[in-house]
Write a protein that binds this ligand. Structure first.
Ligand SMILES: [Zn+2]
Ligand SMILES: [Zn+2]
Ligand SMILES: [Zn+2]
Length: 434
């Protein structure tokens, strides 16, 4: 199959990728295996280090006691990648290096092992930008610490590195800077972060706050799909960040994390900013100020306290703020999460329903976040036996997920099954009432 994309120089942005042919909304543009990847430390006990599946009981590597696998097959297949890492991990016990240090080490091991098909990459590691020259001193210091950690971690294996690595990768600081600037967050079906990975060719994709492509992961495999029709020679873009925030905040995050100023259309027109701060400022400011504390409760999984705070704020100050307001939306979403964890289904459904018309406005293109929200609330409706409503939400979700995830993805087939269940329940109901 001819590649649907090629490398080019994007005016004002440097390297980029563009379409070589007409690409339809929902079409798979590229599927890529990582050059290196690793499970996040915080999920190291819950996710298989080979296939990235969440599993209740995992086999533990008896040597490093860190790596875990679904079964012996995954463990065997992982050994080539894990062998050198395992030694390094053992040396450092009980300390475990950060995700980016582990990823950088895995990258080095991947480059040292017999070359597979890395030659097909459109973009090599040597070309990756480290952005060290444009970085703040504070950030550089943080990276220096990681670089020292990397050296310590790799001590046993270091002699090989210097001899065998490409010159541009021998310097730990530049290597760790490249890794942190170019790594992708690997997420699971619920869009929760489960790991990090390097996909060199895809590092060429430039950012747009309203991109024409989205990435979805299947295990560590990355699938890039179009979410709009794309013309030949049109640039392919993704969003590096969560797009649901004010232009000013998006731009700051992009500058801090990725070292560029976004000039996309969404930023130039500040298109959705007005909608995001709708309502009386004094009121939504109180919601905004409360968010960091609530995020803290969420991080601790303190659902009871979180739900209490959210429902109090939303029913007092929040009642005067329109649902479209960004800070109210964030709080409503947290209230939804918290009520689901507490098993308060009716309440969860009420919060969820409030978010749907708002999501529709903020996501004009198919987006996984929107599709999943529809599916989640569809499941609540189904559970509470509002079958017709549930069917309607599953249908809406399916219209999005089939484009963002593709027809053969398990979420898409799950949705088809849910829709069938609803239809047969409705049939049973109508035949029993006749
Ligand atoms: Zn596995
Ligand atoms: Zn091990
Ligand atoms: Zn932008």
């Amino acid at each position: 199959m001819a590649p649907k994309l090629e490398r080019f120089v994007s005016p004002g942005k440097g390297n980029g990728l563009r379409a070589t042919t007409r690409i339809q909304c929902g079409e798979l543009v590229l599927s890529a295996e990582p050059l290196a990847c690793c499970v996040s430390n915080k999920l190291a006990r819950d996710v298989c280090h080979h296939c990235f599946t969440r599993c209740k009981t995992l086999l533990r590597c008896s040597q490093c006691k860190m790596a875990r696998y679904c079964n012996i097959i995954c463990q065997k297949q992982a050994w080539a990648c894990h062998k050198r890492e395992c030694k390094c991990l053992q040396r450092l016990l009980p300390r475990i290096p950060t995700d980016s240090v582990r990823l950088a080490a895995r990258l080095i091991f991947a480059l040292l092992s017999p070359p597979t098909d890395h030659s097909e990459e459109l973009y090599t590691l040597e070309e990756h930008e480290s952005h060290l020259s444009s970085m703040s001193e504070q950030k550089k210091q943080g990276l220096s610490q990681l670089a020292s950690m990397l050296e310590l971690y790799l001590k046993q294996e270091t002699p090989y590195l210097v001899q065998e690595m490409p010159p541009s990768c021998r310097e730990p600081l530049s290597l760790i800077a490249k890794v942190t600037c170019n790594c992708f967050t690997i997420s699971d079906e619920e869009l929760q972060e489960i790991g990090v990975g390097l996909y060199p060719s895809l590092s060429l994709l430039n950012h747009d706050c309203r991109p024409n492509c989205v990435m979805v992961f299947e295990g560590p495999k990355l699938k890039l799909r179009a979410v709009r029709d794309i013309n030949p020679e049109e640039e392919l873009t993704i969003s590096y960040i969560e797009t649901l925030s004010l232009t000013e905040d998006r731009q700051k995050q992009l500058e801090d994390q990725y070292h560029f100023t976004c000039h996309c259309q969404q930023c130039d027109t500040r298109d959705k900013d007005g909608l995001m701060v709708l309502g009386e400022e004094a009121a939504w400011h109180q919601l905004k100020e409360a968010l960091p504390r609530l995020e803290g409760l969420k991080a601790e999984s303190n659902w009871q306290a979180l739900l209490k705070s959210c429902s109090h704020l939303l029913s007092t100050v929040g009642s005067n703020v329109p649902d479209e307001n960004l800070y109210k939306l964030r709080m409503t979403d947290m209230a939804l999460d918290a009520s689901i964890y507490q098993g308060h289904w009716e309440e969860a459904m009420r919060y969820g329903e409030k978010t749907l018309p708002v999501y529709r406005q903020y996501f004009p293109d198919p987006h996984p976040v929107h599709g999943l929200q529809l599916m989640r609330i569809g499941k609540l409706k189904h559970h509470l036996e509002y079958i017709e409503d549930a069917l309607d939400l599953f249908k809406q979700s399916y219209q999005i997920i089939k484009l963002t995830h593709g027809h053969d993805h398990s979420l898409t087939t799950d949705l088809l099954m849910k829709m069938d269940e609803c239809r047969s329940e409705m049939d049973q109901h109508s035949s029993s009432t006749h």
